[in-house]
Design a protein around this ligand. Sequence first.
Ligand code: FE
Ligand code: FE
Ligand code: ZN
Length: 303
Amino acid sequence: MLTIGCHVNFGQKQLKGCVEQALSYGANAFMFYTGAPQNTARSPIDDFLSIEALNMIKENEIKLENVICHAPYIINLANNKDLEKYRFSINFLINELERCDLLGIKYIVLHPGSAVGLERDDAIKNIIYALNIVLDTTDSTIICLETMAGKGTEIGTTTKEIKTIIDGIIKKERIGVCLDTCHLNDAGEDISAFDSYLNEFDKTIGIDKIKAIHINDSKNPRGSHKDRHECIGYGTIGFENLLNVIYNPRLEDIPKILETPYIGNDEDSKERLYPPYKFEIEMIKNKTFNPNLMEDIRAFYKK
Ligand code: FE
Ligand code: FE
Ligand code: ZN
């Protein structure tokens, strides 16, 4: 069965709000940040909302392993030049894993980090050290390392680099990988030859380590190291290549999560932004590209 979903907002209604949004888009999977992605301000988990959410998840036959958390981007486990910041990142990630536990969530996606002023090898050692502490301090959540575009000094831009990190992890059963099609493209991988990428990944790390896939088109050409997401079929990767990833038989049970950009309410004004997910999911289910995607989204939400 197709497992398709998207990024949703963990607002005041927390996990319950997330489920409502996912259902409104026709999704059977979703991903959320426990607060704003770019900061670490977090409100306490409301148990009543969580219980209601978990009931809704069950009633709607969403599998709990297809509900995924994403750690905020400001966590950087790669750089320890500022020890205070490094420790903060470690402690914050521990808190995030504990929040996942409270919510009943099994997987959290993490950007491995950026080397900033360090050698890449040293940055990787820092990531390994930090992850081992985090996994040793927590009980069950599985950390999925995301493949990165290589913007700035990002680590995790090649299968080999991800493999080196995993090799250093003691509790290997608690580490997985999240592929991101925009990031892979921008890092230099050819999504039109996705099967040969998967073969290589399987030889190096093992396909069983892939726990989630971010499905995004890219605004930039292959190898650009830019990391700017585009709506499905509207970027340089293209609809057919993304469909081949989504419907790849070797990744059938893995949740596919859209992180595509919101659409402005008309060509010129960006005052209000509308989520594209309902219409992108429709296109994916129909396996047919919608050349009027933007118009359809605006017409639906404007009303
Ligand atoms: Fe990410
Ligand atoms: Fe992503
Ligand atoms: Zn990205």
